[in-house]
Design a protein around this ligand. Structure first.
Ligand SMILES: C[S@@+](CC[C@H](N)C(=O)[O-])C[C@H]1O[C@@H](n2cnc3c(N)ncnc32)[C@H](O)[C@@H]1O
Length: 395
């Protein structure tokens, strides 16, 4: 992602100046860069398997084979995005087996020092329920193969063993176990679970997946994630997802998690998000809000240049005026640079003290060179990154 055009302008005095150090308090060091303060964060904070090596190594022995590293990495990143964007709610694992992916989420919480969330680990702890015709031929073959981890005996992982592992890994404080068949436990437990930020559905068969969605979807918060580990693996899981979305008339788009086997891409899991924007957009928006809060004192009015994209989503209750503005509303793009400059002057006279360009409107700085020259020559650029450019108009 390239920065705004401002820095490339020849003779731009602000681009030669060292970047303004923002006044940021540093928390105790955290192992995940997503959780640093916005001013120190890059936008592209997606962590790959190398960055997560220690975390993955810790939980990998407890993940049911075949292990998809890409699915683990995706789950870890989703959990981190939830923390980075302050999406409220606990993490829920439906289908625990020996603990693998549930422990992965717990380890993220532990590593990030989060104490006010936990992972709910729900399982029969008696293995898989019987497979059904709707689950498809592959599921039936796997369930009936005594060497397959999903066979009746191999899929058993006693609760006491999994709890002991949680203790040994130092994750007991982040884990809450619920033993029983989903059709008996979910309805009874869901009030205790409360808001859900990540619902990881890893229970393979149609009836189990459907039961999880029916009982827990409503508790997934706006912006939260539903991850469907077996969407590509078993027909029954995919059917359950589509049935549920269709019956509820939900328009969530399914996003695929792509892995690679021997140089060939293939789908390893799926997820959808309960929210308007995808998480990259949401994360960037979140960082931009923090950027604005870092440099503009609370209560200080500012001009928001967003090409009509965000409005209050980015202003978040602050005193932002759209640009161009008529009667307090966004009025469209200026016809030319002279009008843009005239409008900034008008806004300054009416008390606006900062001007914030957000990334969807960075192109304005190229499209209106007169506006750019006016701002650069007359005002201090107090923050410039790939999300926002902020000018202090109180010259
Ligand atoms: C594929 S394993 C889970 C793998 C695990 N997430 C991991 O990281 O290795 C599926 C689990 O779902 C549980 N399960 C499936 N259907 C269930 C149901 N209806 N009620 C309770 N547990 C169920 C099984 O007991 C099994 O432990």
């Amino acid at each position: 992602m390239h920065g705004p055009p401002l820095a490339q302008m020849a003779g731009d005095p602000d681009s030669r100046r060292p970047r303004e150090e923002t006044n940021v308090t540093r928390d105790t060091p955290r192992p995940f860069p997503q959780l640093q303060h916005a001013a120190h964060r890059e936008f592209d904070s997606w962590m790959d398997a190398r960055h997560l090596e220690a975390t993955l190594d810790k939980v990998r022995p407890f993940v049911m084979p075949p292990v998809s590293v890409e699915a683990l990495v995706d789950l870890a990143n989703v959990a981190l995005m939830v923390l980075a964007c302050d999406i409220p709610g606990d993490f829920v694992e439906c289908g625990v087996w020996r603990g693998g992916t549930g422990f992965l989420m717990a380890e993220i919480l532990r590593g990030a020092g989060v104490r006010d969330r936990k992972v709910w680990l729900l399982d029969s702890f008696e293995g898989m329920p019987p497979v059904e015709a709707i689950d498809g031929p592959r599921a039936i073959a796997d369930a009936n193969d005594p060497t397959n981890p999903l066979s009746r005996d191999m899929s058993k992982a006693p609760l006491e063993d999994v709890q002991r592992t949680a203790m040994e890994l130092g994750l007991a404080g982040h884990s809450e176990f619920v033993k029983g068949w989903f059709d008996q436990t979910l309805r009874a437990t869901r009030d205790r679970i409360g808001p859900i930020a990540v619902l990881h559905v890893d229970c393979d068969w149609h009836a189990s997946v459907r039961c999880c969605l029916d009982n827990l979807y409503d508790q997934v918060v706006e912006g939260g994630f539903v991850i469907l580990d077996d969407y590509y693996g078993y027909d029954g899981c995919a059917i359950a997802v589509h049935e549920f979305l269709a019956e509820r008339r939900l328009a969530h788009r399914i996003e695929s998690v792509v892995g690679n086997w021997g140089g060939c891409d293939h789908n390893v899991a799926a997820r959808f998000r309960k929210g308007k924007a995808n998480w990259q957009w949401e994360y960037r928006l979140h960082l931009a809000r923090e950027d604005i809060a870092t440099v503009i004192p609370p209560g200080e009015p500012f001009i928001l240049v967003d090409d009509g994209v965000f409005g209050d989503e980015i202003a978040a209750g602050r005193r932002a005026t759209p640009f161009l503005e008529r009667d307090g509303r966004y009025w469209g793009r200026p016809p030319d640079g002279a009008t843009a400059v005239h409008e900034v002057e008008r806004a300054r006279q009416s008390g606006q003290s900062f001007m914030v360009f957000t990334w969807p409107a960075f192109w304005w700085l190229d499209a209106y060179p007169r506006l750019q020259r006016y701002l650069v020559a007359g005002f201090r650029c107090v923050l410039q990154n790939d999300r926002v450019v902020v000018f202090d108009l109180r010259a």
